[in-house]
Design a protein. Sequence first.
Length: 507
Amino acid sequence: MPPEPAAHELTITIAPDGLSVTLCIPPGVPMSELGVDTVREAVKERGVLINGEREELIKQVVEKIDPIREEMIEVVVATGQAPEHAQDGFFVLDEALEKPETAPPEDQPNENKDGVDHYAQSHFTVVAKEQRIGVIVLPTEPVDGEDVAGKTIGARLGKPCGIRVDKSIRTESDGTLIADTWGVLQRTGDSLRIEESLEINGPVDFSTGNIDFPGSVTVSKGVRDCFVVRCQKSLEVRELVEAATLHAALDVTLHRGASGRGKGQISAGQDLHAKYLDGVRADIGRDAFVANEINECDVRIGRALTAPRCTIVGGSIVVGATCEIEQLGGEGGVTTDIAIGRHQDLESLALAMIRLTAQIDRERARLAVKCKKMQCVTGEAALEFASQLTEMTDDLMLLDASRSDINGALNSIAELVGDDRDKWLLVQKDIYEGVRVWLGEFRADFRQDIKGPVKIFIGPNGEPQISEVDQSTTVPLATVARMVQDDRFVHWAQFRTTSDESADFAA
């Protein structure tokens, strides 16, 4: 430890970092020893580089020293330049992708008292192809410093951003990250990637919010009441679906099934696989496979229902082509409706076209009457009506062309739907009283229980038939059920007729 300076000696102290020089003047130092030259030389002897700026600072300090002083004076007479260390590179997520920090409620709220729709608060970051994800900021440039002795103080270099991306994300020349595909943005440590499928390790509830995803979704548990799951590929749910809404552009697979309590909705662009359905509305684009039960549901299936061990009780089932089930209806005469060979979306389109055809026919009839009257006019009056007659003739031709196009479209739809004779219903065990079956243009009302296995289909004569599969016997369906001609559904055979017959049907 250096000895303490004498009370009448001035001292020069250099900071450990070499960036400042402090002059200490005890009260006992006479003014004769505090001249500018004396102080400058004392500072210089300590190895401090004296430049014009420091010379001026020493001069100002000396001139301000009070000759009659009683306390120690400590004043900085020289400073260096601190180095500017570089800042490390870092990643900035695009503001649009930042998730709100709203805490989900513990229980289902009765109302949004806080003004936040917690169902819609998704906790997944979904990005679209070509969407900006964020930017990688480069390290700043370091600037070296200089100590009071004129020596360089090296500045620390910045570390580059450690973020790593895979082929799902591309990096632009300016450091911007762009999504090369649709999916969910995943960050694990310093790794950033986009997954084209979404796996939810738990239920869909307030911890996830509603799901709207461009790929496939797998839910390891269930989907809670009132939540919505939408995806543009396939959806798989491994536990129970409650009164929720599910939509998949491709397949829906429900390992435990769905209990919708009359509020659940399911939509599958292709196929549905489910253990059971209870109290749901379902729209299936192609085929449905149900293991155990369909209870009080409204289900529309584009092609086939294959459920040889399934019981259907209550509700309404509409199938585009074929249906195989174990039991239809239930004890006590539960009203259970099933329509075979029906395509309600196409039928709605066809009915709209039929109404348009009727409008065209009415307009054509009106113009035809007016043209006939004009053609009876002679003389100079005929010349006045000539241009109008030409316009109405052109209008009639346009109406005829439109009607022909519509009839062609109706025939095409009928061909797409197929022949009613290719549609059938196979029941392995029982059809109970209270069941109503639509097939072709007929409705069969069952007023007694029928033992299976039986198959219901349209016979060669165009009439519904029922056959006992085990005994290979076939009888008219009218022998076991009350038959009614019913126009609830479109009779497609109407569209396989001539244009005039189609017009009669439209009228």
